[in-house]
Design a protein around this ligand. Structure first.
Ligand SMILES: *[C@@H]1O[C@H](CO)[C@@H](O)[C@H](O)[C@H]1NC(C)=O
Ligand SMILES: *[C@@H]1O[C@H](CO)[C@@H](O)[C@H](O)[C@H]1NC(C)=O
Length: 365
């Protein structure tokens, strides 16, 4: 398998992942850097002339790619909020996660590739990009009424269900194909020198799994038209899944991730262990076991769990025993400011008071 890429993509990928890990950096400083393609592009000039060219010709896409990567990282932090590794990093530590080939690496790759697919597609639908827009539905088979089993095999662009309601494609469908292609172009760049082929295959597989978690789960939304709600015509369009749903789905794949190793030819991946069914395109794969993330470790990028908030009554991964790696925990009373006594004023203001709320928290030793 060969992955041919232009130097532009290579350079962009280089910028996204190393040596200054921008994804990590964005998060770590919470800066608007990600919103600003110019800073990316300024750095780009130092790396390759062609990168600067991409920045000049398609700065909007670069910007959406960056937004998408950030969307992915935010979702990663939500999904991993109760885990020992919580998808947090100081810039260089996040880089360490990406340099390994563990489950967590797989998740980060998948969720960022999914984020880019989602953000670019969303930008198309919003009319923010000149290169794309709503999905073209001219040649598509007519929609099927979601609740009806009537088959519609005609090739016209509308169909009728048994009750005489006419259906057609309309509205603004999400052009996920465009976002999918851009994510592929930007995220599947050939990996850094010194990376083995196997790792490259694994990363590319996980990127694709992430994109598919968006692309294969499009839903159909419809709207009724007709006099006084009579619904004589329904128009329908395709929408992407909510990104939370994408995150949930990828977390399931993370939990069921398959361990693989390289075949003798250096070009194939084979599942490790006997009688294990080969992973399909939507599964996440990895080749090395994760560290336990209990203690801070520069080499693995683990920040350790000291000081993390745990749940002393939960028996699952958020419970203190597991999260604190059996080092124990201390109780602490903390005071938070919250909105309270909110009142709705006609129309349309909500006024709240600020209250101080005490909370008992358990913190890992
Ligand atoms: C994640 O964990 C680190 C330490 O392990 C902590 O400093 C950080 O606040 C946590 N982040 C979130 C979002 O909980
Ligand atoms: C702690 O865990 C218990 C049991 O799983 C759960 O009911 C409770 O909501 C959790 N508390 C917090 C603050 O998450």
């Amino acid at each position: 398998m060969t992955v041919r890429l232009s130097r532009i993509q290579l350079a962009l990928f280089f910028i996204l992942l190393c040596p200054v890990n921008i994804i990590g950096l964005w998060w770590a400083v919470g800066s608007p850097l990600v919103m600003d393609p110019n800073s990316i592009c300024r750095k780009a000039k130092r790396l390759a002339g062609k990168q600067a060219e991409l920045c000049q010709t398609q700065p909007e896409i670069v910007s959406e790619v960056a937004k998408g990567a950030r969307l992915g990282v935010r979702e990663c932090q939500y999904q991993f909020r109760y885990r020992r590794w919580n998808c947090t990093s100081h810039n260089k530590y996040f880089g360490k996660i990406l340099q390994q080939d563990i489950r967590e690496t797989a998740f980060v790759y998948a969720i960022t590739a999914a984020g880019v697919t989602h953000a670019v597609t969303q930008a198309c639908s919003m009319g923010d990009l000149l290169q794309c827009g709503c999905e073209a539905t001219r040649n598509r088979a007519p929609p099927r009424p979601p609740s009806s089993s009537s088959s519609s095999s005609s090739s016209s662009s509308s169909s009728s269900s048994g009750d005489g309601v006419k259906w057609e494609w309309g509205g603004c469908g999400d052009d996920v194909e465009f976002g999918y292609e851009k994510s592929k172009q930007f995220m599947d760049a050939k990996r850094r020198r010194g990376k083995s082929d196997i790792r490259t295959l694994v990363d590319l597989h996980n990127n694709e799994a992430g994109r598919l978690a968006v692309k294969l789960y499009m839903r159909t939304e419809c709207k009724c038209h007709g006099l006084s709600g009579s619904c004589t015509l329904r128009t329908c369009w395709k929408k992407m899944p909510h990104f939370r749903e994408v995150g949930d789905r990828l977390l399931e794949r993370f939990n069921g991730a398959s361990k693989v190793m390289g075949g003798n030819d250096g070009k194939t991946l084979i599942p490790v262990g006997q009688n294990i069914k080969p992973p399909d395109k939507q599964d996440l794969i990895y080749s090395d076991e994760s560290p336990d993330f209990c203690l801070a470790n520069r080499k693995t990028g683990s920040l350790g769990t000291r000081g993390r908030i745990c749940n002393s009554t939960a028996m699952d991964i958020s419970g203190c025993d597991l999260l604190c790696c059996e080092r124990g925990y201390r109780e602490e009373t903390m005071v938070f400011e919250e909105n309270c006594l909110c009142r709705f004023h006609w129309c349309c203001v909500v006024q709240c008071k600020k209250c101080l709320v005490r909370k008992e928290l358990s913190l890992c030793h």
